[in-house]
Design a binder for this molecule. Sequence first.
Ligand code: HEC
Length: 172
Amino acid sequence: MQTTDSVFLRHFAQVIAALAVLTVLLIVGSWKIYDAQGFHEDNPAQVAEAASRIAPVAAAYSGETGRAAILAAEAAARAAATASVAFDGALDAELIYRNVCTVCHGTGAGGAPKPEKAAWASRIAKGLETLVKHAVEGFQGEAGIMPAKGGRADLTDEQVRVTVEYMVNKYR
Ligand code: HEC
């Protein structure tokens, strides 16, 4: 072997050895960093936290499948919102009237019929069923806008009905 060859081989062996040492150092170093970060995939709390950080702020959909998923999610959200019924579903007309309807009907705000017989006579003449329908579904007359269920979508139809009956009986 020529001297230049053996010099080359010595240097080459040194470089390989240095690279091998560097590899081991990098492995150990990255393991240490992983450990110090304290993030481990078997910790459910950390996984949930990470998922919440990278969760999308909004969803886009494409195609019918994505659309169906979004509609289903909206329906579920609506069902959850209406699952809690106002006043625990109590059919206490006076309670509902005082808490929901008097905001407008107590003062005549926005053209709402006031709590007096004169204001209700022409309404009562329409018949109870019409008034209940208008209260449940909402109604726009000449005086103003009666929002559906007085703006409380969490009232049941039955709760609105007893309240209308209560108002009608009070001012008939
Ligand atoms: C945001 C104000 C507002 C609230 C709250 C409200 N109303 Fe009304 N309501 C009105 C207005 C305004 C009218 C008159 C609409 C018209 O005839 O132009 C009206 C009309 C009515 C009528 C008569 C409908 C008709 O056909 O003449 C009934 C019955 C009625 N409201 C029931 C209720 C009940 C029951 C509640 C509570 C659950 C309620 N309202 C809450 C504003 C309100």
